[in-house]
Design a binder for this molecule. Structure first.
Ligand SMILES: [Fe+2]
Length: 329
């Protein structure tokens, strides 16, 4: 087995059993992973988990800005075929949706979007026919350019969790932390200025129709604990920016490529990424479309009280999109 280039937190068999059995009980009680009652029940269920498990599932706490949680056991046969599109997943792999929601709840508050994957709190990432060359999770044949998840929106996640159901071809997820890059002070200054907007990505059709004027946002920000980043070159109109700023932006891209790691997730792995410091992407691959394709489940988490973003974000319109939270505050 190749060495994982990201820090690994290993769940021992007892911790893995505790998490999966809590997920199975919650699913049995509420019938579906998308049940609002199940979502509302997440905090109370998490409060009953043991202290060692809760400690293992603490948020990201290293400069890499990511870790792989390893030790959950996904049975490939029991899982059934990889769906051809997120809309046909229904409750396939629902136990893992609930396990992912429990892990998310221990780290913060799971969020969803009305305009994406029918408002589900756990998204299914599968390659889909006709979407091969998009810059969304449904693509396959192109490099999914490193990006901040939902960079266009001020309510985006602080943490992104990707749980691997199946990955027979070892297709790598890429991740790069801004805190490992080395830019000179002039570039840092330029990129902290709000120069270009970030437009909604192709997963948000409604937001792309929004009539409001796109506002420029800073790419980099000095948070109390260090540099943070909001970056999505595929959806940033770079051609409208001045050449000096654009060169600095391109140097940031090259630095991110230099420090990037490629993580081939194994079934049961949960990759936890700090969405304020780390951009993620995916290498190109050839989709199989035979029920055995790569299949990830994705959850997005807000961590209230974080001061990792400029206060001016509060005034952004978010292109008419609002984040939904798993339970009422
Ligand atoms: Fe993404």
């Amino acid at each position: 087995m190749p060495t994982c280039p990201a820090p690994v937190r290993r769940l021992d068999p007892a911790a893995a059993a505790e998490l999966t059995s809590a997920a199975a009980k919650l699913l049995a009680r509420h019938g579906s992973a998308t049940s609002p009652d199940l979502l509302a029940d997440l905090p109370a269920t998490c409060a009953r988990l043991s202290a060692p498990l809760r400690h293992l599932l603490r948020p990201v706490d290293t400069a890499d800005g990511l870790f792989v949680l390893r030790g959950l056991d996904v049975d490939d046969t029991e899982l059934g075929p990889t769906p051809g599109h997120w809309s046909t997943v229904a409750d396939a792999g629902a136990r893992w949706d609930v396990a992912l929601l429990l892990v998310s709840t221990l780290m913060g508050t799971p969020i969803a979007w009305d305009g994406q994957q029918d408002g589900r709190f756990v998204h299914n990432i599968v390659p889909s026919p006709g979407h091969e060359s998009e810059q969304t999770g449904a693509s396959s044949s192109v490099l999914l350019t490193p990006h901040t998840e939902d960079a266009f929106h001020p309510g985006r996640a602080h943490l992104l969790l990707l749980c691997c159901m199946r990955n027979h071809d070892g297709i790598a997820t890429t991740a790069a932390s801004v805190r490992l890059t080395g830019l000179d002070p002039a570039d840092l200054d330029r990129l902290k200025r709000p120069v270009a907007p970030i437009l909604p990505d192709d997963a948000y059709e409604q937001a792309q129709q929004f009539g409001g004027r796109p506002a420029p946002v800073p790419t980099l920000f000095d948070g109390p604990e260090g540099l943070t980043m909001r970056y999505d070159p595929a959806y940033t109109p770079l051609e409208e920016t001045d050449p000096l700023w654009r060169e600095a932006y391109e140097r940031l891209g090259r630095e991110l490529a230099r420090v990037s790691v490629a993580v081939s997730l194994e079934p049961g792995d949960i990759l936890v990424v700090d969405n304020d410091t780390v951009v993620h992407g995916r290498v190109p691959f050839r989709a199989r479309y035979d029920g055995t394709d790569r299949w990830l489940k994705r959850a997005s988490v807000r961590v209230e009280g974080r001061r990792t973003r400029p206060l001016a974000e509060h005034d952004e319109h978010g292109y008419g999109q609002a984040a939904l939270t798993a339970w009422a505050a």
